[in-house]
Design a protein around this ligand. Structure first.
Ligand SMILES: [Zn+2]
Ligand SMILES: [Zn+2]
Length: 444
C-alpha cells in the first residue's frame, strides 16, 4: 500500500562497489530496539535528526520552514500583533526540541555480530576529559554497550585520563568490554591524528611535523590513524602517507559528513598504498544514535586483558593487516542533494515514514489521534484557563531545564581543568530556563 524502504548495513571496506553495487555486511546484523515500539514516534524523530549529514544547513532549513508556517498561520488568523511573539516562541520550542534529540538516551538501532570472536570496535570516542566532551565515563560504557560495541578506544583531545577510570568501572561491574588507550591530537598542519596504544604522549605536538610525531609513536609501540581528513584542514593524502601514518578514518561523525566521492577516494587511496581503514563514532556524548562499527576477528578476546586486546589491534594496524578490518555503516539510502536540504522537513520526514513497518505505522496513527484529541480538549477551554495551563507547562519546563543546568555545572566541577563543554552547556540550559520562565510569567 505504502512504499517501504529498508535500512541496511553496508560493508564500507568493500569500498569501490559502494553506491553502484552495494555489499551488505556479512559480519553484523542490524537490530531494532523492540521495546521502543509503543513510543515509536518519540524515538524515530530523534533518530532522523541525529542522522543529519549537513547538520547546520539541515537545521536552518527546518527553522526557516517553521518560521514560514508560523507567519502564514498568524496572518491567516489576522493576528498581526502576534507574528513576532509567535516566531520567538517557535524558535524557543525548536531549540528545546533539539535538546531533547541530543539528550534522549534511547537509540533505535544497534548491531550484533554474526560470529563469536568478533570484536566490534569504536576507534574514535570522547569523554568529559576532552574540552568539548559531554560523556561521563559511566555514560561512555552505557552508550557503547547499548549500540553493540564490545571494544572501544577512548580518544580524548590531548588526554588519556579517561581510560584508567573506565577500565576500573568495567572491571568492577564485570562488564564484557575492552577499553583501549587512544588520544586525538593535532600537528603543525592541523591534521587530526588518532594515536593508539600509548599511555602518555606529552605535548607540545601542535608545532610538530607529522612525520616526527609518527616516528615517536611508532618507536613507542603505538599506531597513528588520520581522523576525518575531509574536514577542511591539514595536508593531503600523499603528504600524510609519506609521513608514515598507518591509515585513514573512512567514516566518522563530523558537522559535515563526507560525500560518497570523498569516501571512495580515501578507500581507493588506502587500497593502493595498503593502509588501514577504520571507522569511528567521534562521539562526544551527544545523541544516542550510532551508525558505524569496525569489526576485527580476535580469537577468545573475551578472556583477554584490556591491554592484550589493545596490543593485538595496534599491532595489526602497524603491520598493515588490512584484511582484518571491516568498517560497517547503516545506510539510509536517501538522496543527499542541496535541493533536499532546501525541502529538508518534507524529504526527511518522508524517508522517516517509509522506513517504518506496519506496526510502527499503527503506533504513529494512535499517537497522532491522541495528539488531536488533546488539542481538541484544550481548544474547548476558556482563554483564561488555556493561558493558565500553558503558563504551568512553561514554568515546569523552566524548572526542569534549571535543574539539568545545575547538574551539568556540578559535573563540570569535577573535570574543570580539562573541560569547557559542561560549563558552556550549564550556562546555556540556565539561559533557556530563564526564557521559559519569562514566557510563563507573560502568559499568566
Ligand atoms: Zn572534539
Ligand atoms: Zn574526535
Amino acid at each position: 500500500m505504502f512504499p517501504r524502504h529498508q535500512i541496511t548495513l553496508l560493508d564500507l571496506s568493500a569500498g569501490l562497489s559502494y553506491l553502484s553495487n552495494q555489499r551488505p555486511s556479512e559480519e553484523l546484523t542490524l537490530k531494532t530496539n523492540s521495546w521502543t515500539y509503543p513510543i515509536e514516534p518519540f524515538i524515530s524523530i530523534p533518530d532522523y535528526f541525529l542522522s543529519f549529514y549537513d547538520v547546520k544547513n539541515q537545521l536552518i532549513s527546518w527553522l526557516c520552514w517553521i518560521v514560514f508556517f508560523v507567519v502564514i498561520f498568524t496572518v491567516l488568523q489576522k493576528k498581526f500583533m502576534k507574528i513576532l511573539p509567535g516566531i520567538i516562541l517557535a524558535i524557543l520550542w525548536f531549540i528545546t526540541f533539539c535538546l531533547y534529540v541530543i539528550f534522549l538516551p534511547v537509540n533505535k538501532y544497534y548491531a550484533i555480530p554474526t560470529a563469536p570472536n568478533l570484536a566490534l570496535i569504536d576507534f574514535h570516542s570522547h569523554t568529559i576529559y576532552s574540552h568539548d566532551g559531554f560523556a561521563t565515563p559511566r555514560y561512555s560504557i552505557t552508550w557503547h554497550k547499548r549500540n553493540g560495541f564490545n571494544t572501544w578506544f577512548i580518544t580524548d583531545h590531548n588526554s588519556t585520563n579517561g581510560v584508567a577510570v573506565i577500565r576500573d568501572m568495567v572491571q568492577r561491574d564485570k562488564i564484557n568490554a575492552k577499553i583501549c588507550y587512544g588520544q586525538e591530537i593535532s600537528d603543525k598542519y592541523n591534521n587530526h591524528l588518532l594515536v593508539f596504544g600509548l599511555k602518555k604522549l606529552n605535548p607540545p605536538y601542535s608545532t610538530e611535523e607529522t612525520k616526527n610525531i609518527v616516528k615517536y609513536v611508532h618507536n613507542n609501540g603505538g599506531a597513528v590513524i588520520v581522523a576525518h581528513w575531509w574536514e577542511d584542514r591539514g595536508s593531503g593524502f600523499e603528504k600524510l602517507y609519506k609521513s608514515g601514518v598507518d591509515g585513514f578514518e573512512i567514516y566518522s561523525h563530523t558537522k559535515k559528513m563526507p560525500a560518497a566521492s570523498e569516501i571512495l577516494k580515501t578507500i581507493a587511496f588506502c587500497r593502493e598504498k595498503n593502509l588501514i581503514m577504520t571507522g569511528g563514532t567521534n562521539w562526544h556524548g551527544w545523541g544516542a544514535r550510532n551508525d558505524v562499527w569496525t569489526t576485527v576477528k580476535i580469537e577468545d578476546w573475551q578472556k583477554m586483558q584490556h591491554a592484550e586486546v589493545e596490543n593485538i589491534i595496534v599491532n595489526s594496524i602497524r603491520n598493515r593487516k588490512t584484511d582484518m578490518f571491516r568498517t560497517v555503516i547503516i545506510d539510509r539510502n536517501e538522496p543527499k542533494t542541496n535541493l533536499r536540504v532546501v525541502f529538508e522537513p518534507f524529504v526527511g520526514l518522508y524517508y522517516c515514514f517509509i522506513g517504518l513497518n506496519i506496526w510502527q505505522r499503527i503506533v504513529w496513527l494512535l499517537w497522532l489521534s491522541i495528539m488531536l484529541l488533546i488539542i481538541e480538549k484544550h481548544n474547548a477551554f476558556s482563554t483564561e484557563k488555556k493561558n493558565k495551563l500553558i503558563s504551568y507547562v512553561y514554568i515546569v519546563l523552566s524548572l526542569f531545564l534549571l535543574f539539568c543546568g545545575i547538574l551539568c555545572f556540578i559535573k563540570w566541577g569535577q573535570v574543570a581543568q580539562y573541560n569547557h563543554m559542561l560549563k558552556d552547556c550549564s550556562l546555556f540550559l540556565a539561559s533557556l530556563a530563564v526564557l521559559w520562565g519569562l514566557a510563563g510569567a507573560i502568559k499568566r
